[in-house]
Design a protein around this ligand. Structure first.
Ligand code: FES
Length: 122
């Protein structure tokens, strides 16, 4: 049987751990590229490759680049969501060149490239 003091220590350690995990998640950068059929036929693969290349070229770590399926907006493909500082920004009608620019501006310099976002298109 653990003493009350032991239980308090366990509780504090768990809370600290939880806080750290939440902090990590909100600070993490995640790029989710739409790779459904229409995304691929619109050129999502070169976009994904350009993002990964640009991150590697700039030696940026801590960014996860993942694929997702159909996003349901064919005419805006290729597109990706960028999660940073707890915010999601959706980039649409992307090309490899525009994607490299987004890595430089948004991921590195913290400036959303608003001209490429879904807000500008819709
Ligand atoms: S097939 Fe085009 S958005 Fe799903």
């Amino acid at each position: 049987m653990k003493s009350l003091e032991d239980l308090k220590k366990i509780r504090e350690a768990t809370l600290k751990n939880l806080q750290l995990r939440n902090q990590d998640e909100s600070e993490q950068v995640r790029i989710v590229v739409g790779m459904g059929t229409c995304g691929i036929s619109a050129g999502a693969r070169p976009v994904l490759n350009a993002i990964v290349e640009e991150l590697n070229k700039r030696n940026i770590s801590g960014v996860s680049v993942v694929q997702t399926g159909c996003v349901g907006m064919c005419r805006l493909e290729p597109m990706f969501d960028l999660y940073k500082n707890g915010e999601k920004v959706t980039y649409v009608n992307m090309t490899p060149e525009k994607s490299r620019e987004v890595v430089a501006e948004h991921v590195v310099n913290n400036h959303v490239v608003s001209g490429y976002t879904i807000g500008k298109t819709e």
